[in-house]
Design a protein around this ligand. Structure first.
Ligand code: PGA
Ligand code: ZN
Length: 463
């Protein structure tokens, strides 16, 4: 007979999309099939993220092995969880946090803890005989109280941000076209040049548009003598361009070449990832200026680009420590574009709370491994929604074939997903899972797309 009592907790070392070792955990409930989860890994990590435990044993895999984290799952964590109820995600995560006992999960490793936390959710789904998206929906309901299953009537979205988190939603994808920064040999200072297909009316249409822009961008790059084949860690093109503006212009050209309208059909987002060129209180942007920029000059520059180009989203425009700069950009651009804190908030309730109190940003990136348990991830998502911040569920630059975040973003109705580009199967695993969910949840899940940005009177999408 199946029950949700945890009977076995097992882990192994597997490899991610950069060929780096990572943790895979299997949790099995009595009489059920195991639930399995794989842990992603970032390259441009924030200083305040939960700590990924690596072996640091130079004689093996350059010290990157995760055998210590694996051993922690198979011994200490397994002993603590066997016999517990996998349906009680909050209690499981509370135990994991307590067992580790450090502020950034550095003792057992956030990779060991997250793999276990997620595998428990999958094991519970197996034991209850429900799909992962249904199980995530139940867990989300227990975090936020009752959530409706009634889909939004099309053409009647009302006060859209209030719909976020309330019902199952296929997300608006935010998709990398050109990679720079730490993801593509530092050719460009900015990390991601992304598109948001805000004018599409369904997830599948949005995805088709993205694929066409990506294909046209490859052609445009080749025609202009750039490398239109080499791709970065997240599948975006990694051409050798002189400036960040050139990358934006090429993406605009690709949108037009796909027969779409820049701005109203497909808008642009940037992940500036500025923490990585912030040195001694200044932003080092040699392609813009030989002397490093102050926070104010950085805001001036981005303000100019937001005016000049169809940009509607800026991630980490200022560094993780630059609260004053963040405040300034929020005052200047917060009613015109989405301002996402990634390194700034690291999916951490305390950091997001500080941001809310200081009046900075209007959006938060949600990455499960930045914080290390499913429950804490959902707490941050809830805090964001309670305060009118747009959540953007996100993958890492180091990913696996695990498509968990596709189920998570739909179940929570977060509204947006950032996964990288439309090449490389660790990315497509998520996009394809969304196509399956769009089909299987027809009638139960809605698609709001770009309408989620209609809240702000000054926004491009207020009409
Ligand atoms: P990372 O990049 O996974 O390397 O941190 C993703 C991002 O910065 O959004
Ligand atoms: Zn980022």
């Amino acid at each position: 007979m199946t029950s949700s009592r945890i009977e076995r907790v097992h882990a192994r070392e597997v490899f991610d999309s950069r060929g780096k070792p990572t943790v895979e955990v299997e949790v099995t409930c009595a009489g059920a099939r195991p639930g399995r989860a794989m842990v992603p890994s970032g390259a441009s990590t924030g200083r305040f993220e939960a700590v990924e435990l690596r072996d640091r044993d130079d004689s093996r895999l350059d010290g990157l092995g995760v055998r210590r984290a694996v051993a922690n799952v198979c011994t200490e964590i397994a002993s603590a969880l066997i016999g517990l109820d996998a349906d009680d995600q909050a209690e499981i995560d509370r135990r994991l946090i307590e067992l580790d006992g450090t502020p950034q999960k550095s003792r057992l490793g956030a990779n060991a803890i997250l793999g276990t936390s997620l595998a428990v959710a999958y094991a519970s789904a197996e034991a209850c005989g429900v799909s992962p998206v249904v199980r995530f929906r139940e867990i989300w309901s227990s975090v936020v109280g009752h959530v409706s299953n009634v889909p939004v009537e099309s053409g009647h979205v009302g006060n859209v941000p209030h719909e976020l988190g309330k019902r199952m939603l296929l997300p608006l994808p935010m998709v990398n076209m050109i990679s720079g920064g730490l993801h593509a040999g530092r050719q460009l200072e900015f990390q991601d040049f992304l598109i948001l297909p805000v004018g599409a009316t369904s997830y599948s249409q949005a995805f088709e548009w993205i694929v066409m822009v990506y294909r046209r961008l490859g052609r445009v790059l080749t025609e202009r003598g750039h490398e239109g084949i080499l791709i970065g860690d997240e599948g975006g093109y990694g051409p050798k361009l002189r400036t960040n503006e050139e990358a934006i212009e090429l993406v605009v050209a690709a949108i037009e070449a796909a027969g779409l309208k820049p701005g109203s059909d497909v808008a642009i987002g940037l992940d500036v990832a500025s923490t990585h060129f912030f040195e001694e209180g200044r932003y080092r942007l040699p392609s813009v200026s030989s002397s490093p920029l102050t926070s104010e000059q950085m805001v001036d520059l981005l303000d100019r680009w937001v005016t000049l180009y169809p940009i509607i989203s800026l991630e980490d425009p200022l560094a993780e420590d630059d609260w004053d700069g963040w405040r300034l950009i929020t005052e200047r651009l917060g009613s015109r574009v989405q301002l996402i804190g990634d390194d700034l908030f690291v999916t951490n309730v305390a950091r997001l709370q500080e941001g809310i109190e200081r009046g900075v940003a209007n959006s938060v990136l949600i990455k499960v491994n930045q914080i290390g348990t499913l429950s804490e991830t959902l707490a941050t998502l809830k805090l964001a929604l309670d305060n009118g911040y747009w959540p953007v569920v996100s993958a890492r630059s180091g990913e696996t074939e695990d498509a968990m975040i596709a189920d998570l973003v739909v179940a929570t109705g977060a509204g947006q997903l950032k996964v990288g580009s439309v090449a490389r199967s660790e990315r497509l695993a998520k996009y394809n899972q969304l196509l399956r969910l769009e089909e299987s949840l027809a009638g139960d899940a809605s698609y709001l797309g770009g309408a989620i940005f209609r809240r702000n009177p000054g926004s491009r999408f207020s009409s």
